[in-house]
Design a protein around this ligand. Structure first.
Ligand code: URA
Length: 240
């Protein structure tokens, strides 16, 4: 996902159809402000959430949006689908149509997986949460058809080779909770990863539910199909 960063002079020139020399003169006349502060540097870096004004008229103001959704089984993690309801269809008036259209999904779940889905228009945040380099932990609750065995634990921790992608999975933590239930902690998200890992033991996953992504936990009061806006307090935004 592209990070929407630009220079102030380029942005004003394109947005207001003014050549760069004239943009320089607007700045010299103190007619431009960024996030409420008079701008003086034509090369000032800006991003899509910078509030930019010219002559006290706002010419860019995008609100960063962070949404938590409880995905039910049978709903697809896509913005459009011919056959199934999508996570976007579940937002039901939470946002304006243009806010809704700006969203993307932070780490998809399979059609038959339930649980936490995050949506945003802030690609820096979603890149941080999904990039394997950030090693952000995703917690899942898994129900298996057959009893679990202790021998699964080192096999998950060691990583498994997936020939189709020619990769070995990063270490995965497996906590056995009961005969048929386990918690799985991933730091990456390979295609059908959890089902394929248990598949190595011929033990089909019969239910899969994501409970958290990094420090974002599925809110207990959010029923399947419900969503809410995450209000980011100072220092809460995890995207370094
Ligand atoms: N692993 C899977 O197999 N499916 C998911 O939806 C998520 C992780």
């Amino acid at each position: 996902m592209a990070i929407n960063r630009s220079r102030l002079d380029r942005f004003i020139s394109e947005k207001c159809n003014i050549n760069r020399k004239n943009v320089r003169s607007l700045l010299a006349q103190k007619r431009v402000s960024v996030d409420g502060i008079i701008a003086s540097d034509i090369a000032q870096p800006i991003n899509k959430f910078s509030v930019i004004s010219l002559d006290n008229q706002i010419i860019q103001q995008h609100k960063p949006l962070y949404i938590m959704l409880h995905k039910p089984v049978g709903v697809v993690c896509a913005t459009k689908d011919e056959k199934h309801k999508t996570v976007i269809d579940l937002l039901n008036g939470l946002l304006t149509p243009s806010e809704q259209a700006s969203l993307h999904i932070v780490g998809r779940l399979d059609l038959n997986t339930s649980g936490l889905v995050l949506l945003t228009n802030d690609s820096r945040w979603s890149e941080h949460l999904t990039s394997p380099q950030s090693k952000v932990a995703k917690h899942y609750l898994v129900t298996l058809q057959h009893p679990l065995h202790q021998e699964y634990i080192p096999a998950f921790a060691k990583g498994m080779y997936f020939a189709y992608e020619d990769i070995t999975t990063k270490p995965v933590t497996l906590n056995i909770l009961s005969q048929h239930q386990a918690e799985v902690i991933l730091t990456e998200g390979r295609y059908h990863q959890i089902k394929r890992m248990f598949g190595r033991f011929n033990n089909p996953v019969i239910a899969l539910h994501r409970t958290s992504i990094g420090s974002y936990r599925l809110a207990k009061d959010l029923k399947a199909g419900e969503s809410k806006i995450i209000v980011m307090e100072e220092g809460m935004l995890d995207r370094s």
